[in-house]
Design a binder for this molecule. Structure first.
Ligand SMILES: *Cc1c(COP(=O)(O)O)cnc(C)c1O
Length: 437
């Protein structure tokens, strides 16, 4: 814990003044009179992302079909070029990363592909996973004639919040094909030990895949060096690329040349794609996992968004280095903000509990604040202009997104939460029905 945190609002203002990333917030459309701390669900629009989208629309207007070859970058290679730029954020080579499809579709194609080539027959997941991951893995098992209830090994949580690495390791056996886990748990915000899990899997010839949806853009990764086999992520959370934006994926180069489970012409070897052969030759790199035509309009904002990350980096002429140091600076600020948030919850909210690991090494970019009335508390917060989300049964997720959230925002959010809880303001709200929260 940063020893010099103080409880008062003046302290937050002082921290904002000396925050080297504070100026980046000006580039985001931060709703007036609101505290937006839901960037782990949907990141805010930046001017950069908006301009990149506008540019794509202009190219469509001005170039029409010629955009595939004459746009900048040409749309034909849009997925690969954006993949090149994303690679430093996940610690991969440019060839190992591409943007394509949605996260769920990428789980389908990667799990399908690697299940086919792996030795074993079961897949290890954990019980705190984001549901779509299980839906997709189960569907792939069913399609391969396996019974998901038998073939899915679900690591249990000891405390309902976190997953122990040793429990993951203990769940792997001689019949395990793949271990597929999130880097950061969507509810508690625990950061899993990607390196240890991958090493333990490889010791037993098991493939290791990760869903980085809750870490990409907040936590740096080192996928190639660690030797992770494959990974997926979405771009609308910390990467701020917009609702339903194109997703990303990584495949380690030692697996290049496999035929993807879900093949499509956009993953064909680029040089010969337009020869229109009825048989499929996969691209020689991660590009093979694209399926249909790249959705340029849902990819363009990511190009602008990455400029903001580059500007968080130390000035240099090398874009890769800029993005690498950018994500390090983002992580540094993110850890300080979440630590400060935890400090304030401990100091000022005796009726709430922190469900997120306190150890920085085990923490992603958001904090789970637990309260028995979490649903109604989150409704009362929204009425006060604090945009959070609720995750059942008892979690209010608060995400200080480091590119646009400051210390004073964190202080204000905790102050609003204190008033809601202390005055039992949530009593005025209805119990939970269904719907999006
Ligand atoms: C947000 C999220 C997804 C979303 O998948 P989509 O296909 O974009 O709907 C998947 N997995 C995890 C862990 C997530 O956090």
């Amino acid at each position: 814990m940063d020893a010099d945190f103080e409880r008062g609002a003046e302290y937050a203002a002082r921290r904002d003044e000396t925050d080297p990333l504070a100026h980046l917030a000006d580039r985001f459309y931060d709703p007036e009179d609101e505290w937006y701390v839901d960037g782990n669900s949907l990141g805010l629009l930046s001017e950069d992302a908006e301009e990149a989208l506008d540019r794509a629309v202009s190219e469509w207007r001005d170039l029409a079909i010629r955009g595939w070859t004459d746009a900048d970058p040409p749309w034909f290679h849009y997925g690969e070029r954006l993949g090149d730029r994303l690679a430093p954020l996940v610690g991969a080579t440019p060839e190992e990363v591409v943007v394509a499809n949605s996260t769920t579709v990428n789980i389908h194609t990667l799990i399908g592909t690697f299940y086919d080539r792996a030795e074993g027959s079961n897949i290890v997941v954990d019980e705190l996973d984001f549901p779509t991951d299980h839906y997709a893995v189960r569907a792939q098992l069913r399609q391969r004639g396996a019974d998901p209830d038998e073939a899915l090994t679900v690591v249990e949580s000891r405390d309902g919040r976190t997953i122990e690495t040793e429990d993951v390791v203990a769940a792997m056996d001689d019949d395990t094909a793949i271990v597929f886990l999130p880097s950061v748990l969507y509810r508690s915000g625990q950061l899993l030990d990607v390196e240890r899990i991958t090493a333990a899997a490889h010791d037993r010839d098991i493939l290791a895949g990760f869903d980085l949806a809750h870490s990409v853009g907040a936590v740096p990764h080192d996928l190639s060096a660690v030797g992770v086999d494959f990974a997926v992520w979405c771009s609308y959370k910390y990467l701020n690329a917009g609702p339903g934006a194109i997703a990303g994926l990584y495949v380690n180069e030692r697996h290049f040349g496999e035929t993807p489970a879900l093949a499509g012409w956009w993953g064909h070897e680029k040089e010969t794609q337009f020869e229109m052969n009825p048989t499929y030759t996969p691209a020689a790199d991660a590009g093979a996992y694209q399926i249909g035509t790249v959705p340029v309009l849902s990819a363009a904002p990511l190009a602008g968004s990455l400029d903001v990350f580059a500007d968080a980096g130390d000035a240099t002429d090398d874009t890769d280095a800029l993005l690498e140091t950018g994500i390090e600076a983002v992580r540094e600020k993110s850890l300080r903000l979440t630590e400060y948030l935890i400090f304030l919850v401990d100091e000022r909210l005796p009726d709430c509990e922190v469900g997120t690991p306190r150890d920085a090494e085990r923490r992603g970019g958001h904090v789970a604040v637990e309260h028995p009335e979490a649903y109604r508390v989150s409704e009362a917060l929204k009425e006060r202009g604090v945009v959070v989300d609720f995750r059942p049964p008892n979690v209010v997720r608060i995400c200080p997104s480091p590119l646009y959230t400051g210390y004073e925002d964190v202080w204000q959010v905790v102050e609003q939460l204190r008033q809601v809880v202390e005055n039992e303001e949530y009593e005025r709200f209805e119990e939970r029905g269904g719907g999006v929260t």
